[in-house]
Design a protein around this ligand. Structure first.
Ligand code: AMP
Length: 320
């Protein structure tokens, strides 16, 4: 079983859609699980109301994108279970192991006011994985080390106290298009970008999408050609077009005589790609009862799935 999380650290954007969520909906296996990792969005300064709103929005987008409701849940709905298991795993983890994590060293150590959770969140991530019994965790390079930690903790717990946990491994995520920021094609499009001018959000209205695409950075060359290294802005537009319509970016390039025409085609394609998701998401967000039901049932299923593992772990470690 595979487990994937998405952190509501911003609004979902086109890169999340083309690079990940669309594939989760189309290629996911029947027992895969997807969760909104809102607890992971609290390791640096955050606004509670904004986090709550973004969590609902992210859940609605996952469902609106076609992921079956049986496969989704929100992490904080399992706060009790995860809190307990995180503690058990912290008691299985050495300080040095946690402090060695590259992300912590880069973002946290040595700075004043850093939240302790920035050090310990990989242990919470291990609890996310081990509670559900996931054996495969699709992650990018930056999270590999955290899955290794989950692996080490599962092995150590099993070896010291008794077999409870499946030992997970990191797998390469099914790669969709890699989308770059429209205003700065050297950077990945990101939901937490400081400047949203080059970021198309899944819920942007069509005219806003068109404006953002029209303003996309290109270059001073003439003629449309696919040359990612020399002409990253134009290549990004062609890759987005290919992501929406299918086909190869280099072939698509031949159909356009000017950047203006390419941009209009990209805007049309992105608007049509996102339209049904935006409409279904808006409908879900306008029906808080339905969203709450999806959330409640997802939480109940996820809690039940992990109950015996948490119970066994507590008993074996000498608690309860
Ligand atoms: P993140 O937004 O970093 O939490 O990532 C959530 C998922 O979306 C991960 O599977 C990422 O690989 C994917 N993703 C995020 N941004 C992009 C992007 N610009 N292009 C392609 N995939 C992306």
């Amino acid at each position: 079983m595979r487990l994937s999380g998405i952190t509501p650290s911003g609004h979902p954007q086109l890169g999340n859609h083309l690079g990940a969520v669309r594939r989760w909906a189309s290629d996911g296996r029947p027992d895969d699980l997807y969760f909104v990792s809102d607890l992971h969005a609290m390791t640096t300064s955050h606004d509670p109301n904004r986090l709550r709103a973004r969590t609902s929005e992210m859940l609605a987008v996952l469902v609106a994108s076609g992921i079956p409701v049986e496969r989704v849940f929100v992490q904080s709905d399992l706060a009790r279970e995860l809190g307990a298991l995180t503690w058990v795993l912290e008691c299985t983890c050495s300080y040095g192991e946690a402090a060695r994590m590259v992300q912590f060293r880069e973002k946290g150590s040595g700075q004043g006011g850093v939240r302790l959770s920035l050090l310990t969140y990989p242990v919470l991530m291990a609890a996310d994985i081990l509670l559900q019994g996931a054996d495969e965790v699709p992650v990018g390079e930056d999270q590999n080390q955290h899955v290794e930690l989950a692996r080490a903790l599962a092995r150590r717990f099993n070896g010291t106290y008794g077999e409870v946990f499946a030992v997970p491994r990191a797998v390469l995520p099914a790669t969709g298009a890699r989308v770059r920021d429209l205003a700065d094609p050297t950077r990945k499009m990101s939901k937490s970008a400081r400047d949203a001018a080059g970021v198309v959000f899944v819920l942007d209205e069509p005219d806003l999408i068109r404006r953002k695409v029209r303003r996309a950075v290109t270059d001073g060359c003439t003629g449309v050609a696919y040359a990612p290294a020399e002409r990253p802005g134009v290549a990004n537009l062609l890759e987005i077009l290919a992501g929406c319509l299918g086909g190869r970016p280099a072939d698509l390039a031949e159909g356009f005589g000017s950047y203006g025409a390419l941009k209009e085609a990209v805007a049309d394609a992105v608007i049509e790609e996102l339209r049904p998701i935006r409409e279904r998401t808006r409908a879900l967000l306008a029906d808080p009862g339905e969203l709450a039901r999806i959330r409640r049932e997802g939480a109940a299923r996820a809690a039940e799935r992990g109950e015996h593992r948490l119970g066994s772990a507590m008993r074996l470690i000498g608690a309860g």
